[in-house]
Design a protein around this ligand. Structure first.
Ligand SMILES: O=C(O)CCC(=O)C(=O)O
Ligand SMILES: [Fe+2]
Length: 354
């Protein structure tokens, strides 16, 4: 019998989905078939199911700032997810990152495996959170990298060196993502009536992890999931779509809503750390990714956290103003330990409630 992981920090090795897809399957292997996938999707024609769009230029511009902060505040309260345009990240940096990621997944399997996960580590090329041989699998291959920011804490063993420009593109991109996170947190803090400087500064030297997702074309997309419904544990996640194929869906008022890719935009979603900081005023959304029949989809998710010396807990000002703290306050390190050592079936956020 295979040894099973002791924590969610590492995953059992499973076949590459890209390899399965290359071999021209007509049906998906049983281990990927889901009987329980709720595939009801809401058409975005109803305005209350239109994913909010936030314009960073309007947030910065004094003439439009107040109104755009209100829009951001509502987006965080009602969706926990929005698309952000005019975020200031150069087109060059975005397209270089996309190209390098495409280049990596185009490599032969043996070459990609040079950066494969190792027992005891979630980092690297492979799949996440596979803890038993019976567990159903997702239609997804990925690279997970911890601490792409700050750069001094990274583990280069898992950073692909092929394509040759991959590392350089990732370094630049990670700095840019940290900068965007700092700005968004600043405006989120303003929307919550908190000290904008204080909260955005906690993200400045903040930790960022990254998950690069590859969803190969699937012969029976309605029978699998690309990535199961989940809630991120980040403060804020910034997602870059590498093409125009939709796949991401967010749960809003009981409906799965498709997040249509917008060229040049980033998708921002809140994670548990922000839900906790807002003392439950904001809710981190459930989201998932679905596979499709015709085209491989790649996405790059950057999970941004406050710096490692910051506490993760409800903002004091939000507690003083009358509501009791709904969540415990933990040191960043404890927060991660708690997450990775929990049982997969235990709700992480419930375990942090007071
Ligand atoms: O690929 C996507 O659109 C979703 C990715 C995601 O939610 C994640 O990596 O946490
Ligand atoms: Fe996610």
């Amino acid at each position: 019998m295979a040894v099973e992981p002791e924590s969610l920090q590492w995953s059992l090795p499973v076949p590459s989905v890209q390899e399965l897809a290359i071999h021209g399957l007509q049906t998906v292997p049983p281990r990927y078939v889901r009987d329980d996938t709720d595939i009801i999707i809401t058409a975005p024609s109803n305005p209350s199911f239109r994913v909010p769009l936030i314009d960073m230029t309007k947030l910065v511009n004094p003439g439009s700032q107040e109104q755009e902060i209100q829009r951001l505040h509502s987006a965080c309260k009602e969706w926990g997810l929005f698309q952000i345009i005019n975020h200031g990240v150069s087109d060059e940096s975005l397209s270089s990152m996309k190209q390098q990621v495409q280049g990596f997944f185009d490599l032969p399997l043996q070459e990609k495996k040079r950066w494969a996960q190792k027992p005891g580590s979630l980092e690297g090329y492979g799949q996440a959170f596979v803890t038993t041989e019976e567990q159903k699998l997702e239609w997804n291959d990925m690279i997970f990298l911890r601490s792409i920011h700050p750069l001094q804490n990274r583990n280069l063993d898992f950073w692909p060196e092929n394509p040759p420009e991959f590392r350089k593109a990732l370094e630049t991109y990670s700095e840019e993502m940290n900068r965007v996170a700092v700005s968004i947190v600043r405006f989120i803090a303003m929307g919550l009536g908190l000290d904008a400087q204080e909260y955005s500064e906690t993200y400045r030297g903040g930790l960022c992890d990254m998950r690069i997702n590859c969803y190969p074309p699937c012969p029976e997309p309605e029978r699998v999931v690309g990535l199961c419904p989940h809630i991120d544990i980040s403060g804020i996640t910034l997602l870059l779509e590498c093409g125009d194929m939709p796949g991401l869906q967010v749960l809003k008022d009981g409906h799965w809503v498709v997040v249509e890719p917008i060229n040049g935009a980033l998708v921002a979603n809140l994670g548990h750390a922000m839900q906790i900081m807002s003392n439950g005023i904001y809710k981190a959304p459930d989201h998932r990714a679905m596979a499709n029949r015709s085209k491989q989809r790649l996405s790059i998710a950057t999970f941004c956290y406050p710096n490692s010396s910051a506490d993760i807990g409800p903002a004091e000002k939000l507690i003083k103003s009358g509501s009791p703290p709904l969540f415990k306050t933990l040191k960043c390190e404890e927060y991660f330990r708690h997450f990775f050592n929990r049982k997969l079936e235990v709700s992480f956020i419930d375990s942090l409630k007071t």
